[in-house]
Write a new protein. Sequence first.
Length: 166
Amino acid sequence: MSLSADILRSYRAPRAVLRARLARSEGERSAIFYLLLACVLFFVAQWPRLSLEAALDDSIPFQARMAGALFGWLFVAPLFFYALAGVLGLGLRLIRPGTPWLAIRLAVFWALLASAPLALVTGLVAPMAGGQGAAAAAAGLAVLVCFFLLLGAGLRVALEAGERVA
């Protein structure tokens, strides 16, 4: 299936999607692709909010805000998510020693990518809500909950992959 169809299907059957992605994975290339694509989408989701903030407070120009978001999402965030995958991997390998590292990374990176469309919606909702408020907070919370639910499902698939290996 296509990437966008699998992202939509992840909201209904996240474990089945990740199992299929893991079965046809191209190894680390697909994992890094999912991570970088997710980071780019999260960066794009910041644009409306950054534009509103620059319009309301001109002490920091829009270009500087964009440069900071670019640095954060394309250079720092990938390192953070690799570290998160490493920490989760160490914990899961204590539970089931044969758990494949690639399956754990794919679970983390796919959860981030599959929650990216909600982040794009949040990026549109936040400026309409004035950048603050209940609507913006609810949209941000929805992205976070979606990420953790997809991550939990993905980590279960990684543990299942560890059972097959062991």
